[in-house]
Design a protein around this ligand. Structure first.
Ligand code: SOE
Length: 388
């Protein structure tokens, strides 16, 4: 099999997981890393056993050994880095959100289509075997027509006023915190498994911690404040809590809540779909189980076991039943789909069947959705039609 060279821009919390995931594929060479400075890129490259490091993302993109660039920078750099990669005619894997707003995201989607490069956004929960099983079951009509889709995505890493992240700064993270960071995952997952599109939203947002203590020095992502850390008080303008009512093009209704301030909830993503003859529920923190609800017979729990999954979902499971698969395995599944697509030389523009991984079209839609939710919450207009 032809080997594919990969380079990564940004190597914070999630960067090493991108590297691990592509290494597991067996035909991808991790060529180099660009970081916020030459020194940080060099240090990361040494730590992760990556041969090259670069002083800038532009230098990485120019390296002819690199065919695919992963962008794991903070949100405000997604647009310029993604655009430079596309303009160089290279394939792009971008962390979400695709861009800071829908307008930037649309430009990226269109530029990628013109260049004919493969474009992916890491809405990684699509890579879970039981998410794919849920998708197949809904498509096959196992629970009838879905009429209600609901759930939540709750976290607690911003519960204390000493918790801080660039995600809270609008010029670095965007106009939204909780909705953009985790609400976008819930919406992507829900639309992916149901095949229905969110067309209208009614949102309520709030900022539970309006003033935070921002560290004056650097702090690792998700790390708690140090005892003698120097801080400054800053006002927070983005939401850490939200609830959204949604309407789908299929006529189905839905609701979800997102939070970064819910003690005890670490990465608590739940999606339940109620249909005419049954229900399905998947919970990220117990990701090896799929709950099946029935009215006229006993409810069931389908445990992840390749022999119990339908054929198209089976390839997302790599261990026998009882051997738990996890976040990193699902992440690797997404990379397997993306690189399989690249290896086969498929062009998303000419491909009638959309890939299972999220593309820049999905990333654009996520930016539109978050924009519409903020508009609904801030304008007090009530229901807002999502402009795609
Ligand atoms: C932080 O909230 C975070 O790492 C998100 O940025 C990811 O997208 C999510 O999957 C887990 O939580």
């Amino acid at each position: 099999m032809k080997r594919i060279g990969m380079g990564i821009v940004g190597a914070g919390f999630v960067g090493p997981h991108h590297i691990d995931a592509v290494r597991r594929l067996g035909f991808v060479d991790v060529v180099g890393i660009a970081g916020s400075s030459e020194a940080s890129a060099k240090a990361k490259a040494e730590q992760l056993g990556v041969p090259k490091s670069y002083a800038s993302y532009e230098a990485l993109i120019q390296d002819s050994d690199i065919e695919v660039v992963h962008n794991t920078t903070p949100n405000y750099l997604h647009y310029p880095v993604n655009l430079a990669v596309i303009e160089a005619g290279k394939h792009i894997v971008s962390d979400k959100p695709l861009a800071m707003n829908a307008e930037e995201a649309r430009k990226l989607r269109d530029a990628a289509a013109v260049k004919g490069v493969v474009h992916a956004v890491t809405f990684n929960y699509r890579g879970n075997p039981l998410v794919q099983q849920m998708r197949l079951m809904i498509e096959r009509g196992d629970i009838g027509r879905p009429h209600f889709l609901f759930g939540h995505y709750l976290q607690d890493w911003l519960l204390k006023d000493t918790d801080y992240s660039w995600r809270l700064e609008p010029d670095k993270g965007g106009a939204s915190s909780a909705l953009g960071d985790v609400g976008s995952h819930w919406c992507d997952l829900t639309q992916h498994v149901s095949g229905a599109r969110i067309t209208e939203v009614l949102a309520e947002i709030s900022t539970t911690i309006p003033t935070r203590k921002k560290p004056l020095g650097s702090r690792e992502a998700f790390a708690a404040a140090g005892a003698n850390e120097r801080v400054e008080k800053v006002e927070i303008k983005v939401e850490d809590l939200a609830t959204v009512l949604v309407r789908f093009d299929s006529g189905a209704r839905g609701v979800f809540s997102v939070s970064q301030v819910s003690a005890g909830h670490k990465n608590d993503l739940v999606l339940e779909v109620n249909g005419a003859t049954g229900s399905l529920r998947w919970h990220q923190e117990q990701q090896n189980e799929l709950w099946i609800g029935r009215r006229d017979q006993a409810n069931q729990v389908l445990v992840k076991d390749p022999s119990l999954l339908d054929e198209p979902a089976r390839r997302y499971a790599h261990l026998p039943g009882g051997h738990q698969e996890a976040w990193t395995d699902a992440f690797c599944n997404v990379m397997r789909d993306v690189y399989g697509y690249i290896a086969e030389g498929r062009d998303p523009k000419k491909d009638a069947t959309p890939p299972a991984f999220a593309t820049f079209e999905d990333g654009y839609r996520a930016n539109c959705l978050v924009g519409a939710m903020l508009e609904s919450a801030k304008s007090g207009k009530g229901w807002v039609k999502v402009q795609y």
